[in-house]
Design a protein around this ligand. Sequence first.
Ligand SMILES: Cc1ncc(COP(=O)(O)O)c(C=O)c1O
Length: 375
Amino acid sequence: MTVVRSSRARAVIDLGAIEHNIATLRRAAGVPVMAVVKADGYGHGAVPVALAAKNAGAEWLGVCFVDEALELRQAGVPGPILAWLLAEDDALGEAIDQDIDLSISTREQLVRIAALAQARGIRARVHIELDTGLARAGVSRERWQQIFEFAVSLTNEIEIISIWSHLACADEPRHPANVHQQDAYESALELAAAAGITPQLRHLANSAGALAHPDLRYDLVRCGIATYGITPGGDLPDAADFDLHPAMTVTADIAYVRKLNAGDGVSYSHRWHATKPTNVGLIPLGYADGIPRSATNAGWVTYNGADYPIVGTVCMDQFVVDFGDTLVRTGETVTIFGGEGASAHQWATAARTIGYELVTRLGERVERSYTDGVW
Ligand SMILES: Cc1ncc(COP(=O)(O)O)c(C=O)c1O
């Protein structure tokens, strides 16, 4: 039996907005752009986003995991793809065969890649990630010299495409860590040069770096959140101020409506009580669909151009909205974010999270579809 899925809640992805945003980022940064499409294209669909981004001139695609890169290739996505977080059981041989660029953070990874490349009689395309102050992945500072010297000894097996790093505080342009990381990166490039490495590419900036730090753009910017038309947040202004358009609009159909009396409690634990007679509607989306539970008494929906608050606890599959005196009917559509509603960033902020989390955690029960609006 085939179960036909109801489209009670939908995410419409505007690929025209993705294309517009890539064009905007290329213009603003003035250097090639890597569209970051990890985590299923930040919840927007990795393959359609990758193809739209390439169509708009993105020179590179970036993902976190090798599997994500291989999925793009399997779907026929051409061109350079970088994967930057390797695991021991990754199909690295397959990745090399599929012309995937691999970023390394350890000598062991380099050894493994070099052996696989040698067995194939080809040179693997390698990027060396350095930890310049994020303390996440990347070769730590005391090992930079060693890794450069070791990489140079493998010239028959690997081609060093880039030496790169990742910023910790790019969304706070005045944070001293930005300067510290740039200084560290510059000294790493000097060390690399002394070891005989001139990388084809140097890259440090994510979206916030690309938008707010002209001196950190180097040869390539790796743009995730801005590709989707969402501000990185922090001290940076709204996406619209950068001429970035939100690509995702999430809507849902009202499942039930009811009238409440003054004093009636709503949803689990009665975290909200009606103070006067009112109309409420039930929206069939919950934390299993990616609506944060912290949107309890905090988020809102937009209906016919006006905003109405979520009242009471956000449950696994549903939440309640107070429509006040406005008469709504079962089956009518409300916008959660995007479109005529709030931006993902505004909505996420109200729920004490970030736009990144809101879009990437949207669940599988929310039907995705694509349009190609013209911006
Ligand atoms: C290494 C790396 N580069 C670039 C990005 C893109 O960041 P953003 O979405 O802030 O542009 C990420 C995302 O976290 C990342 O991990």
